[in-house]
Design a protein around this ligand. Structure first.
Ligand code: UTP
Length: 276
């Protein structure tokens, strides 16, 4: 059973400068809700209530957001504006939050390794909050938890990508599992390949289930030539020793780490709520 969800949220968010100079990328709102809250709500809807957040310098507003705001609550109590606080209050009441700081920005693999003290020796989910996912019924994480019950190994969510954008993704190659049309046994995984070197057109998005041996593998790895510890390299080792499943999830994902995806997500939510 998966009890904890890790949120790496220590990155610089350079593509969103100057907005991210003093505001964490994960706190940028789509409509009126910060990206990270969408992620936390997805985990809660998948029956995970323990949120482990990897933060860094300049990210204190994340902790404040998921905490009670006594003054504000007192001011709004018994006024017509009280309902504005309901959504975040529900999240705070239903989840617990633990935090750790990533000491140096050494990439996603290092951010995940920084989360080890919060996770311990158990399998866990990972959500990258800048990948905002939507579904008609079961959310992506819930879909992946069902697969974890079946396979008991690390699982990555993938989507079909235009091959000329392979350099933005970890790209997998795998063997379609018998009697399924959306599950692959991974045999190759390359981080941000050039289109001509890409092993396929299935790109990893920001949803993972990881078994805890990933920490040991990450500890033994060296940073790459960009000074980063890559989670794809660690997953590839898991695939070699045991197995890793890539899952073509049902739903749609917006890359909100990028201005274009962020605008698309905003338009989607504004339309679905009848605002525009
Ligand atoms: P990105 O690759 O989007 O990097 O990280 P970034 O720094 O956030 O954004 P850009 O590329 O500079 O615009 C993917 C996820 O991994 C986290 C980020 O916070 C984001 O959720 N991350 C990345 C860390 O927590 N630590 C790191 O060292 C790198």
């Amino acid at each position: 059973m998966i009890r904890k969800c890790l949120f790496p949220a220590a990155g610089y968010g350079t593509r969103f400068l100057p907005a991210t100079k003093a505001v964490p990328k994960e706190m940028l709102p789509v409509l009126n809700k910060p990206l990270l809250q969408y992620g936390v709500e997805e985990a809660l809807a998948a029956n995970i209530s323990n949120m482990a957040i990897v933060t860094g310098r300049g990210k204190r507003s994340i902790e404040d957001h998921f905490d009670n705001a006594f003054e504000l609550e007192t001011q709004l109590k018994n006024t017509p504006k009280e309902h504005y606080l309901k959504e975040i209050t529900d999240v705070i009441n239903n989840a617990t939050f633990t935090y750790v700081r990533q000491k140096q920005m050494l990439g996603l693999g290092d951010a995940i390794l920084s989360g080890e003290p919060l996770i311990g020796n158990e399998s866990f989910a990972v959500i990258l909050a800048d990948d905002l996912c939507i579904n008609e019924d079961t959310n992506v994480l819930s879909q992946m938890l069902k697969l974890y019950d079946k396979y008991q190994c690390s699982i990555v969510a993938v989507e079909e990508i235009p091959i000329n954008e392979s350099y933005k993704y970890g790209v997998i190659n795998g063997k379609l599992i018998k009697n399924s049309n959306d599950q692959y046994l991974v045999n190759e995984m390359v981080e941000k390949p050039k289109p001509e070197n890409s092993p396929g057109n299935l790109g990893i998005i920001g949803r993972y289930i990881l078994t805890p041996d990933i920490f040991q593998i990450l500890k033994q790895m060296q940073v790459n030539n960009k000074g980063e510890l890559q989670i794809t390299d660690a997953l590839m080792q898991q695939a070699k020793i045991g197995k890793v499943i890539a899952y073509k999830f049902k739903g749609q994902r917006f890359d909100c780490g990028d201005i274009k995806g962020y605008v698309q997500a905003t338009n989607y939510f504004a339309k679905s709520k009848g605002i525009i």
